[in-house]
Design a binder for this molecule. Structure first.
Ligand SMILES: NC(=O)c1ccc[n+]([C@@H]2O[C@H](COP(=O)([O-])OP(=O)(O)OC[C@H]3O[C@@H](n4cnc5c(N)ncnc54)[C@H](O)[C@@H]3O)[C@@H](O)[C@H]2O)c1
Length: 386
């Protein structure tokens, strides 16, 4: 019977078997804001899960969240430490804003819990290293919340690159953006520096970087010259469509970032991401190799989907040819796959579906762009031993 295999690109794995636990897995939710709803719904779809606890800094928020999903009997807290100290659990989903990802994940690991950690991994590289050290010491797993990795078309990008069809890859352009899309409709925590830490960079930039880093086999980043700016988020006009001009006062992250990153193996990664810009798109993702080039349409790549086919540019009998890569049927149950694969790894003692060691370089790039932007020059990326 087929198991979900992230390196099996033969089809979209529409029907995958899971390894169900005989005893119900006891799950806690840390941070019960917007995205916790997707975690909770996907956990509730699993027959071997019981959501036993939840917490949020804001009093009453965990209770309201659980009530809206019809969850009864789960304990609720405002302090995640108290929840972890007093409730017996197997794992937690960390759904807090970015600045508290590291502390919550580390405390959970130190208390013997597996962690499903929302993206971006953390805010700084230093925090990511600290989480990985705690993970190593605990013997538990941390899976990072990149659900686009479960999308069949996203997986096809990696298959094409890894098949050698492009030859030696030497240049990659990636990123994405919105014309008017600073996310303040469901929560304003995304725009506050002391909560989100990173703006467009951490919200959607990390997805574009994962798309290409995962396809390339995760080459080490060596240097970065980058910029992260806030020309729009700091103006009331940027919120005209959502009617929240007061957000301009709160805005303290980036709304645009771009960078030129040198990767091991002589590959250049050219990256740009925007929450707001006077342009339809900052460009498709393109991957240039010595035998072929791949164009991935820029639409919503960070959500695990694009709605136009990819194009492969190559030579046939010395003539330039373009081959359309047919779109595979979309993968609708990304969240169930994200949650189920995490549970399966816990039950089987297997590797995390999106392991921290595959996201570390992503975090190093985000951190490097921020540091380079502040210093106004190129910087070397140094990754300490874990
Ligand atoms: N994978 C995805 O598709 C996806 C989509 C949206 C958001 N996210 C990520 O999920 C995270 C949360 O986003 P959101 O939209 O739910 O934000 P949100 O602001 O709606 O919710 C975050 C909640 O965490 C709580 N919180 C923060 N620190 C806490 C702590 N130490 N203890 C307890 N509660 C704490 C806040 O009070 C808030 O209620 C972010 O890191 C974001 O990047 C992922």
């Amino acid at each position: 019977m087929a198991k979900l295999d992230m390196n099996d690109f033969s089809n979209n794995q529409a029907a995958v078997d899971a390894t169900y636990s005989e005893k119900k897995l006891r799950i806690g939710i840390i941070g019960t804001g917007g995205i916790s709803g997707s975690h909770i719904e996907a956990y509730l779809n699993q027959p071997d899960v019981e959501i036993v606890a939840g917490c949020d800094l804001i009093p009453g928020k965990a209770e309201d969240r659980f009530a809206s999903h019809g969850i009864e009997g789960a304990k609720t807290f405002v302090d995640y430490k108290e929840m972890i100290d007093t409730v017996e659990m197997d794992a937690v989903s960390v759904c807090t804003y970015n600045c508290t990802h590291a502390e919550c994940a580390i405390y959970a690991l130190e208390h013997g819990l597996h962690v499903l950690l929302e993206k971006p991994f953390t805010v700084t590289l230093e925090e990511a290293i600290a989480v990985m050290k705690a993970e190593k010491a605990s013997g538990k797993i941390v899976s990072v919340g990149f659900q686009p990795r479960f999308d069949a078309n996203m997986q096809m990008i990696k298959k094409i690159v890894q098949s050698g069809e492009l030859g030696r890859v030497y240049y990659v352009q990636t990123g994405g953006g919105r014309r008017h899309g600073i996310p303040v409709s469901w929560s304003e925590t995304f725009i506050e520096g002391d909560k989100a830490g990173l703006g467009a960079l951490g919200d959607i930039g990390c997805y574009s970087i994962d798309l290409v880093m995962n396809a390339l086999g995760n080459p080490k980043p060596l240097t970065v010259t980058g910029t992260a700016t806030d020309f729009f988020g700091t103006t009331p006009e940027a919120y005209a469509e959502v009617g929240k001009p007061e957000c301009a006062e709160k805005f303290s992250v980036d709304d645009y970032a771009s960078a030129y990153i040198r990767l091991e193996g002589g590959v250049i990664l050219d990256f740009r991401i925007a929450w707001y810009m006077h342009m339809d798109t900052p460009g498709d993702t393109i991957i240039l190799g010595t035998k072929g080039g791949l164009r991935v349409p820029s639409t919503d790549c960070w959500n695990g989907s694009f709605d136009k086919p990819m194009t492969l540019y190559h030579d046939v009998a010395g003539k330039p040819v373009e081959t359309t890569i047919p779109l595979l049927p979309p993968t609708y149950d990304l969240w169930d796959r994200k949650i189920r694969s995490f549970l399966d790894a816990i039950i089987t003692g297997g590797k995390a579906p999106v392991p921290t060691n595959e996201i570390l370089y992503n975090q190093a790039i985000l951190d490097g762009i921020n540091r380079s932007s502040k210093l106004g020059r190129e910087i070397a990326i140094e990754i300490p031993e874990i």
